[in-house]
Design a protein around this ligand. Structure first.
Ligand code: ATP
Ligand code: MG
Length: 230
């Protein structure tokens, strides 16, 4: 059985004046179908770098990323964009909603990028807004929403194209702790009903504990967290 997503022997360095900064070195990763994995680690350890590579937003210096056993061709930009738009949803620390589009329109953008928006898509977006307790905010622009509300739209948006994988990079890092917890509930609820695999970078051990297992990015590699089940 192939992993839904895997990385083998990843290296990533950033060129700098006076020599390269090595961020990942011999880093391995596997995500099974339906699995939720939390990634923790110190600031600057390389968590965002890793997540960007796993989602095809950045290129490794060496090593492979495999989707269902097939190696991603990072230099084929068209194929990568297609793979991302079909298979991967992203949630970042900053919501990246488009400011001139309403909450509902922002939710429909990933669908629009791929083709025509159907009534079923619109209904799905409205259902997501209801799940996120934002039904009465559908026509609001991002600037008319609170930080937590904006991030709830961003969470729902990540699931719109029925991705098999959602990658979340400290999605609640900017929010009040209580609100972050509540949004964590919503994210894990959505992932359960949509049966989506999840990789979530977080500094919050309680949020990490909701995942099936926790890894720590340390010394440029991913290691099982102490006390993690596997
Ligand atoms: N474009 C870049 N050029 C040079 N160095 C970079 C670049 N992007 C990241 N780095 C370096 O790579 C290292 C890892 O950065 P990364 O953003 O992946 O860390 P992180 O674990 O996500 O940290 P945080 O928890 O603060 O978000 C850092 O030391 C950073 O300075
Ligand atoms: Mg980061």
């Amino acid at each position: 059985m192939h992993s839904l997503l895997a990385a083998r022997n990843l290296d990533k360095g950033f060129p700098r004046a006076g020599g390269e900064v090595a961020v990942l070195q011999g880093c391995d990763f596997r995500l099974a179908e339906g699995e939720a994995v939390a990634v923790m680690g110190a600031s600057g350890a390389g968590k965002s770098t890793l997540l960007n590579i796993l989602g095809g937003l950045d290129t490794p210096t060496a090593g492979q990323v495999l989707s269902n056993g097939a190696e991603l061709a990072f230099d084929d930009h068209k194929a990568m964009a297609e793979w991302r738009s079909r298979g991967v949803g992203f949630i970042f620390q900053f919501h990246f909603l488009l400011p001139d589009f309403t909450a509902l329109e922002n939710l429909l953008l990933p669908v629009r990028t791929r083709g025509k928006v159907t009534d079923a898509d619109r209904q799905r977006a409205l259902d997501f807004l209801t799940t996120m307790e934002l039904a009465d905010r559908r026509d609001h622009l991002p600037g008319e929403l609170s930080g937590g509300e904006q991030q709830r739209v961003a969470i729902a948006r990540a699931f719109m194209n029925r991705p098999r994988i959602v990658l979340a990079d400290e999605p609640f890092g900017n929010l009040d702790h209580e609100i972050g917890r509540r949004l964590g509930d919503m994210l894990f609820q959505l992932r359960a009903t949509e049966r989506t695999s999840l990789v979530i970078v977080t500094h919050d051990p309680q949020l990490a504990a909701r995942a099936d297992r926790t890894l720590v990015l340390q010394d440029k590699r991913l290691l099982p967290a102490e006390g993690s089940l596997r």
